[in-house]
Design a binder for this molecule. Sequence first.
Ligand code: FAD
Length: 501
Amino acid sequence: MGSSACSSVIIIGAGISGISAAKVLAENGVDDLVILEASDRIGGRIRKEDFGGLPVEIGAGWVAGVGGKVSNPVWELANKSGLRTCFSDYSNARYNIYDQSGNIFPSGLAADSYNKAVNSAIQELKNQEAKLHGTSTISEPPSSPETPIELAIDFVLHDFEMAEVEPISTYTEYGDQEFLVADERGYEFLLYKMAETFLFTSEGKIADSRLQLNKVVREIQYSRNGVTVKTEDGCVYQANYVILSASVGVLQSDLISFRPPLPKWKTEAIMKCEVMVYTKIFLKFPYKFWPCGPDKEFFLYAHERRGYYTFWQHMENAYPGSNILVVTLTNEESKRVESQTDEETMKEAMAVLRDMFGPDVPEATQILIPRWWNNRFQRGSYSNYPILSSRQDFVDIKASVGRVFFTGEHTSERFSGYVHGGYLSGIETSESLLEEMRRVDDDKEKGGKSMESQTFLLEPLLALTESLTLTQKEAVSDLHKWDMARQLFLNGKLVVQEAIK
Ligand SMILES: Cc1cc2nc3c(=O)[nH]c(=O)nc-3n(C[C@H](O)[C@H](O)[C@H](O)COP(=O)(O)OP(=O)(O)OC[C@H]3O[C@@H](n4cnc5c(N)ncnc54)[C@H](O)[C@@H]3O)c2cc1C
């Protein structure tokens, strides 16, 4: 087994949360850190690929939450780096819903279907509330979408608007605009800019041994004396603390084992969080055959199977002359497509396009299908908290366990699921760790018995029971998230109604 020198902190994962966490530590004098990243690059779920001669974002594509009173920190980073972005105007999607014969639905019908979907969601929320509080009997079951247009709108409402965790915070705090990144350096350029402030770079590349790529962490041992991290290639790393930024999908899988095992409250919080799969499929054509112009950027396909190649976008606003279309699938459809060959998927997508635009549509020359679900370093696209999650779930998922600190978009109470959630969570986690380090130093100086050592004396017992926290968990009420869920819903309602009317 190879071994490596002891560091103060090991950071697992070089996505935006891992890099922002490392930057805060380095700025505060903790520069004997090491970042272990499983893949061969930094960025995680922010990832550009070359496709048809252009950079396309197969992971995060938008800076969401722009134009409000408070500035989104990721939008500030994008502006500082001069990242090229395009405003996305979803409001015209209402005029662009195609049936299977290529006819566009009248916008009035779309508005009716939308109202039906909203009313059904309100009913569902009321029923859930009644069930939760046991206050009244459930009045009527929510109506289900039936027709292809109702299914298409239900899909957009639930899998895009409602499924995004806490748009209430992102859109009310930062504004309701979204900007698509269309820059040849990619969204990931923001991470390089951040990394170069504390890691050595040479010719635009990170050349610093504190960033170790292709290091798949398989085991984390933690005790009162420190942490030992083992990687798949047999290396062993030791440190005082570890910050773990792997996605919640990875935490739910068996990729990383913990010694002692994580306590029950922690594993329960991890398992409660749902994972969304969101797949952008890119198709390159020899020429354009779809209507162009800014008001045609987004269009929907109405099919009797919910989520079947429903949501389309042309790339002409971002890259004029690119002849690229993107279709977005989610969850079960994403998993289905991930498990079949690219040729099969191409055939399905081409049949849908010929339904919408006629039999003369030319064959795509290239297709790109990211597989986030089957990627063992991701296991999904982003976290999605069930609508009635309690605040305690968030507290538990981000709480540290002994010397193991947790970070990543899933630990952001207000912005989970977003790039800015990952960015801010990295900062918050490092700030908590720095506080802990200062406290331990103070205790040492005082010569007294530190709180920490008292806590670690209990460790074997806690590991045995797997039921208590090794850190101080806040006791919080259940009300908070529920209130937010209702506001989220109202917010989603306003946003999409606006788009459909
Ligand atoms: C398809 C898609 C579209 C999205 N669209 C948007 C959008 O438009 N706007 C938006 O704001 N957000 C979007 N998101 C969400 C956003 O990308 C994420 O919230 C954010 O990038 C997560 O950052 P992170 O640092 O928490 O996690 P990650 O980026 O996943 O970083 C974690 C890192 O840990 C590494 N890792 C995992 N396991 C191990 C291990 N065992 N050992 C070592 N390293 C390990 C991974 O390789 C990864 O690099 C999208 C995500 C996807 C997938």
